[in-house]
Design a protein around this ligand. Structure first.
Ligand code: PMP
Length: 360
């Protein structure tokens, strides 16, 4: 049998991988280090008992969208929810990307923006950030005018650099995007860790959407739930494209219950932001280079050591971080997710031994 051939463009693609190995300290996928409050789990379990299992879920996810809107200062018609913010991004690309359309990214950034856009048949133009990973406004505006993308991605805080996009950059890119009839997507998967949010700019008359997730700050990576806030006319178009009943009833219930624990979420975020400062100072003390982060992770580089060697030495001590050493523009860089204080101590102690050339 000849195996059926896949699409030519898919044949050329590499998948998106993040190796998971058994370790004691897992700091490689930017998850929250702690689960949601116990009461959340109890309440959700109680709700599942009363669920109409033989019926399709609420197709419009009305209760969830209304609650998200309330929490984010929007209205329900400006909320679109899906299975993780990755599926939100995919629905955006299916709706606004495709043949004879261009999507623009500023590298280095979240690899899935380009990957999903390509899977949807969109031409991807990758423009570059400065050496310090900030974005030059003039360069960005010129790139938008030149390539006339239907989708332009920004990521703030940016993954994997951790940098927050300043408001003036987002405003300038938004202005340029509007002038070419495009859509600006600001990916704020880590938005709650940052000092400002592009949610402030959402308006029915602006071609801007902001995507967010329950996977990080809400400690709910297992649930696969994400959403966007944007003009209601964008949401209406996305609803045409997404599969019917894509959001199951359990997930809708989980999202609604989770949003009752905002104070607990803020406390977890505040603790992680404090840990971020502590780890940054410790990295400075070790002479390890790093970039300013507005997220729950830090991109770092040990001077004069191959990144993959450092990654392996950390793994030898049962500490798993993300190996970005071979990614374009990120030579020898590693990315550590902030964990509990104890996990961060384990990471810092292991890194300290590596930097000082001590065993194991
Ligand atoms: N955007 C960014 C920048 C991310 O880092 C991630 C998670 N790695 C996502 C989106 C996807 O998150 P999820 O699908 O879990 O909501």
């Amino acid at each position: 049998m000849n195996r059926p051939s896949v699409r030519d463009d898919v044949a050329l693609m590499e998948g998106y991988h993040s190796p998971q190995v058994e370790v004691e300290v897992r700091l490689n996928t930017n998850e929250a280090p702690e689960p949601p409050p116990a009461e959340f789990t109890e309440r959700l379990a109680a709700q599942l008992g009363g669920l109409d299992w033989h019926r399709y879920p609420d197709r419009a996810a009305s209760a969830l969208r209304a609650r998200v809107a309330e929490v984010e200062g929007a209205v329900a018609s400006q909320v679109f929810a899906a299975n993780g913010s990755n599926e939100v991004l995919q629905t955006l690309c299916l709706t606004y990307g495709g043949q004879n359309r261009v999507c623009l990214t500023f590298e280095p950034t979240y690899a899935l923006h380009a990957h999903i856009a390509r899977l949807c048949g969109t031409e991807v133009v990758e423009e570059q950030r400065r050496d310090d990973f900030t974005l030059d406004i003039d360069h960005a505006v010129t790139a938008v005018r030149h390539h006339r993308p239907t989708i332009t991605f920004l990521c703030s805080p940016n993954n994997p650099t951790g940098r927050v996009e300043p408001r003036e950059v987002v405003e300038a890119v938004l202005g340029a995007v509007g002038a070419v009839d495009g859509l600006l997507v600001v990916d704020e998967a880590y938005g709650q860790f940052a000092p400002w949010s592009a949610l402030e700019l959402i308006d029915e008359d602006r071609p801007l959407v902001v995507t967010r997730t329950f996977s990080k700050t809400w400690s709910m990576a297992a649930a696969r739930l994400g959403y966007l806030i944007g003009p209601s006319w964008v949401v209406s178009e996305l609803e045409k494209v997404v599969l019917p009943y894509h959001l199951d009833a359990v997930k809708q219930a989980a999202g609604v219950v989770a949003l009752d624990y905002i104070a607990e979420m803020h406390a977890r975020v505040a603790a992680l932001v404090e840990e971020r400062g502590r780890v940054e100072t410790a990295l400075d003390d070790l002479g390890v280079g790093h970039w300013p982060s507005g997220a729950n992770f830090i991109l770092f580089r040990v001077p004069d050591e191959p990144g993959t060697k450092v990654w392996q030495r950390l793994l030898d001590e049962s500490v798993l971080v993300r190996n970005c050493a071979s990614w374009p523009r990120l030579d020898d860089c590693l990315r550590v997710t902030l964990g509990t204080p104890e996990e961060n101590d384990r990471f810092l102690a292991a890194l300290g031994r590596i930097v000082k050339g001590d065993g194991p």
